[in-house]
Ligand binder design. Sequence first.
Ligand SMILES: C[S@@+](CC[C@H](N)C(=O)[O-])C[C@H]1O[C@@H](n2cnc3c(N)ncnc32)[C@H](O)[C@@H]1O
Length: 234
Amino acid sequence: MKNNIQDKSKLVNSVFSEVYKKYDIMNDIMSFGVHRIWKQNMMDWMSPQANSFLIDVASGTGDIALTYSKKLSHKCKISCVEPNKEMLAMGQKKLEIYDNIKWHKANAERLPFKDDTFDFYTISFGIRNVNNINLTLKEAFRVLKTGGRFMCLEFSKVENPLIDMLYKNYSKIIPIIGEKIVGSKRPYNYLVKSIDDFYNQSELVSLIKKNGFQTVKFRNLSNGIAAIHSGWKI
Ligand SMILES: C[S@@+](CC[C@H](N)C(=O)[O-])C[C@H]1O[C@@H](n2cnc3c(N)ncnc32)[C@H](O)[C@@H]1O
């Protein structure tokens, strides 16, 4: 088990070290720009208040931090958490003009913050990549204040069989696009497999509840290609 965890951590880190320069452009190409709408949907459902404190975990190049900050006209504080040094450097550079946004090199399973610190916790296309999902959720619960909200955006399971078939066929060409743009199929073979292996909507609801959250709900996006999960620390 320990070896598997170390192997996953190394694999995930090497995948993001391979794609970081083209991460943003590949997201736009692979999703036809739809990932931006999904991220905005999460922000709209979250409906954050001015002067709130967000922790964005698995921040990558900082899309969620930027969307949140803009929504609140930058009247907020944000801690971005990202373990991959190249992704973190890209994010830091992209958001360097925003001094309300701070970056921390750390893992979701061990957050370098005190209990009851944040009003909101977000993790966007990150939870699928962590080593230990239960530890990740426990840490999310610990660092949120009572009354704080957990929001997760992640690939999920398509509900309509016809759309599922089309999506599965489309997934087969993603590594080919990756090879053309990034120069390697490997990160995109990982992406497709990790989506396939991940929990469905209701399994993720159960895990979030099991780790302490209440009023856990989800909303499908694009027929379940992705889903947003929400839970509260009450
Ligand atoms: C697909 S990117 C998502 C980036 C961004 N949140 C977005 O929505 O575009 C996933 C990120 O998770 C990070 N990651 C991988 N393992 C992690 C872990 N154990 N804890 C926190 N982040 C992790 C990766 O380094 C990568 O930057």
